[in-house]
Structure formats: structure tokens, C-alpha cells
Ligand binder design. Structure first.
Ligand code: GAL
Length: 445
């Protein structure tokens, strides 16, 4: 992309990552176990039994990774803090060595003019808290706020933009609803107290981060289409939109949950919602993080799996190596739809994740990931289109810098701008790295 897109001059260009997926060093410097350590140790749950014990060894190689970010000309880095490095048991005393790691990382970023943008929770709950009920236990929300305050005290002099939670939808549904992710509980609709307690944790934590310039929540969102115009398929699409998008945005932006009674869910989400909670959850956000990968197409269920929808394929578009449909305009559509849905209640937006998995290989020292360049180019243009349609988008953090531990897929899906040989930890910037560097240079002028 050589022509300059119409984006604000202050637009933040970043990459995004998560502690468990990149850090490794899981047993070092007093880190406690997280639910993901426990889960990955279970036979059969992670493809080929991969674990994140080494991941990208970012814990030791962070300086090399920050140099790669500096080479891109980034102005922001979204990473997550492993709660169990800070409080190995999720409450109680602070582990100074854990704090020291993020201290070093933040300083290294600032030396290169990259704004640190930490996420406090990207799914790796301390196992000790899971043993007390995890996010099904209301108390976890209070513990989360305490941990947020610890981090604000430790880094708040240098960190100006915080993200409380990553994708409470995915964590609730896959972690507590279906069990494909840690902690591996399969409660179906009974998982919803975990959603409420995460959102409550978000609100309580945000109240402890008031000295910051910006506090975000990063939600995974998807525009939802009905497979056909039949009333049944349209009802299915509506149900999915409600569960995926509105359940995690309405309480935050409007101070109420959508009506889930048609699916047998009571207003208080199974006794979880108490008086005053929604006021805490809906404390105005300074910005909203949106993670977008693909749109969704839904049909009426054909089997009785207890769900009011069934996913329908999106044909006629390219697919990523993960099989996800590539629809860049879905991001424009989503942003415009959010603007229409929430009006002035929609705060400024950052795209906090967007990227694709490609079956990359190093050939003669090069990785020609043309598909990733096409994907990123299309999505960044879609953002510019949304901005042109009046949506206030302030930054873009692509997922991700280095190929990393892709949850239940282990190391099989490569999402990075930089190839990682997981046997040697050798990093090889891909063609998309050079492309993103040039785009940022053009945009920053
Ligand atoms: C997101 C998640 C990231 C990353 C990405 C790619 O849902 O927040 O951690 O794995 O998907 O699958």
C-alpha cells in the first residue's frame, strides 16, 4: 500500500499478543500455575499435546521482540500480564520478580516510543482461583480489581492505556460453556454467571485505574447474517448476535443485559446479577477494543444440541489456514453497525486484534505470506472506510508479532508477522513484516 489512507495522524499502529501464548518460562521466578497450565497438561485437549512451557520464550527474549517492534515503527504494543506471575495464588502477596519482568518490558517499549498497552486478563486465571470456582465465583471479580490496583501502582507512572479483559465471550463460551478451552467446563447456558462476573471484574478494575488516560475492554465481535431470509434462520442469527455481541456490549454501554428469556435464561443470569452491578459495569469506557476476525452466518438448528442456532458456511470467499472466511468488509460493516446500534454511547474504538493464520514456511530464509498481506491490507482499508463513514477508530493492533501458542491448536496455526521456529526459537520476519513496516512509515509520514 503506497497511498496514504485517510486515518487520523494520531492513529496508533500496533501488534497484539498474550502472555500465555508467548512468554514461556512457566515455572520461573515464582510464577504460579494458571488454568491454561492445568488444561494443557490434560491428555487429548491440545492438538498433538503441545504445551506453552517454552512458547516463544518471550520472557527471556523480550528485548529481541521489542527490537522487532521498533523495526516496524510501531506506536503501540498490546500484551497481557500473567496474573499468576504477579500473585501466584490470585490473591495475597505480590511476587516482585513477576512485576519486575513487566517493568523491564514497559521500559524497553518506551525507549522505542512504543506505548505499552497491557491487558490484565487474557484467559490465564491463577489455578488457585479456579479451585475456588474461577469466574463462576463472584469473589474472583473482587480479586481481579485488587490485582488491577497492584498493576496500576507498579506501572501506572508509565502505562497510560489499559485493557481490563480479553474477549469475555470466548472465555465464557469456550472455557465454561463448551470446554474446548481452559478451564474446560462444559456448562452450556449455565456458564453465564462467568460472563457476568468477568464484566463485574471489568467495572471494578476500571474504578481502580482512574489515573490512566484510557481504559478499554477488548471484545470479540462479529457481524451476523442469517443463512436465508426464512423467519427461522433470521431468529437464529438474532440469537447468535445477542449471545456473541450484545450480551457483552449492552451491559457495558447501555447498563442492561439483552433479554435472553426466549432461551430459558433468567434476567439475573442464574442468580449472578445483584442490585448495583450494572451501574459498576456500565461506568463509561474511555474506549472500546474490538477484536475482529470474520463474520458469522447462522441457520436454525437442525439437531437438538440445546442451542438456538447452528453455524452455516460462508461460501465463495477465501479461507485462512484455520478455515476462517476472509471478509474484510465485515469489519467496516461491524463498526458501522456498532455505531448505529449504540449511537453516542459508543466510545472511540481501537481494533485490538485482527489477523490470520497462514501455513507459512521458510524457503531460502524467506517467508512469502502473500495471503496475510492481502488479509491485512483489506482489513486496514475497511477501517479507513468505517472512519470515512463516521466511526471514531483510534488505532489498529494486528494479531500478532510472532507465531505463537494458538490455544487448543498448539503451534499449528501461524498468525505472526514474524516466523518462529519452535524448535530453535529463531525469528524470521515474513514478507508481511516488511509490508506492515512500509505501511506504517507511509501512514506516519
Ligand atoms: C483471539 C484471541 C487470541 C488469539 C486469536 C487468534 O480470540 O484473543 O489470543 O488466539 O484469537 O485465534
Amino acid at each position: 500500500m503506497t497511498t496514504r489512507l485517510k486515518l487520523p495522524s494520531s492513529f496508533v499502529w500496533g501488534v497484539s499478543s498474550a502472555a500465555f501464548q508467548v512468554e514461556g518460562a512457566t515455572g520461573e521466578d515464582g510464577r504460579g500455575a494458571s488454568v491454561w497450565d492445568t488444561f494443557t497438561a490434560r491428555p487429548g485437549v491440545i492438538r498433538d499435546g503441545h504445551t506453552a512451557e517454552a512458547a516463544c520464550d518471550h520472557y527471556h527474549r523480550y528485548a529481541e521482540d521489542v527490537a522487532l517492534m521498533a523495526g516496524l515503527g510501531l506506536t503501540g504494543y498490546r500484551f497481557s500480564i500473567a496474573w499468576s506471575r504477579i500473585q501466584p495464588d490470585g490473591h495475597g502477596p505480590v511476587n516482585p520478580k513477576g512485576v519486575a519482568f513487566y517493568d523491564r518490558l514497559v521500559d524497553a517499549l518506551l525507549e522505542h516510543g512504543i506505548a505499552p498497552t497491557p491487558t490484565l486478563f487474557h484467559w490465564d486465571l491463577p489455578q488457585a482461583l479456579e479451585d475456588e470456582g474461577g469466574w463462576l465465583n463472584r469473589d474472583t471479580a473482587e480479586r481481579f480489581a485488587d490485582y488491577a490496583e497492584i498493576m496500576a501502582d507498579a506501572l501506572g507512572d508509565r502505562v497510560r492505556r489499559w485493557i481490563t479483559l480479553n474477549e469475555p465471550f470466548v472465555h465464557t463460551v469456550w472455557g465454561y460453556g463448551t470446554g474446548q478451552h481452559a478451564p474446560g467446563r462444559a456448562l452450556m447456558f449455565d456458564c453465564l454467571p462467568a460472563a457476568h462476573h468477568q464484566l463485574l471484574g471489568h467495572g471494578l478494575a476500571a474504578a481502580r485505574l482512574t489515573d490512566a488516560d484510557e481504559v478499554l475492554l477488548a471484545n470479540n465481535c462479529t457481524p451476523v447474517h442469517a443463512a436465508t431470509e426464512s423467519p427461522e434462520d433470521r431468529a437464529a442469527a438474532d440469537a447468535y448476535d445477542t449471545l456473541h455481541n450484545r450480551l457483552f456490549l449492552d451491559p457495558v454501554l447501555l447498563g442492561r443485559y439483552p433479554d435472553l428469556s426466549a432461551y430459558g435464561v433468567p434476567d439475573d443470569l442464574g442468580g449472578a446479577v445483584r442490585p448495583g452491578d450494572l451501574e459498576i459495569i456500565s461506568t463509561p469506557l474511555s474506549a472500546l477494543g474490538i477484536n475482529y476476525y470474520n463474520p458469522s452466518r447462522m441457520a436454525a438448528p437442525t439437531a437438538d444440541l440445546g442451542l438456538p442456532f447452528e453455524e452455516a458456511p460462508i461460501d465463495g470467499v477465501p479461507k485462512t489456514a484455520f478455515g476462517w472466511p476472509v471478509v474484510p468488509d465485515g469489519l467496516r460493516e461491524l463498526l458501522v453497525q456498532l455505531r448505529q446500534r449504540y449511537g453516542t454511547k459508543l466510545p472511540p474504538v481501537y481494533i485490538t486484534e485482527n489477523g490470520c493464520s497462514v501455513a507459512d514456511e521458510v524457503v531460502d530464509g524467506r517467508v512469502d505470506d502473500a495471503d496475510r498481506i492481502t488479509y491485512l491490507d483489506g482489513h486496514i482499508r475497511a477501517i479507513a472506510d468505517a472512519v470515512g463513514q463516521g466511526v471514531d477508530v483510534r488505532g489498529y493492533f494486528t494479531w500478532t508479532l510472532t507465531d505463537n501458542f494458538e490455544w487448543a491448536e498448539g503451534y499449528h496455526q501461524r498468525f505472526g508477522l514474524v516466523h518462529v521456529d519452535h524448535a530453535t526459537q529463531v525469528r524470521t520476519p515474513k514478507a508481511s513484516y516488511a509490508w506492515y513496516r512500509d505501511l506504517i512509515a507511509t501512514q506516519r509520514g
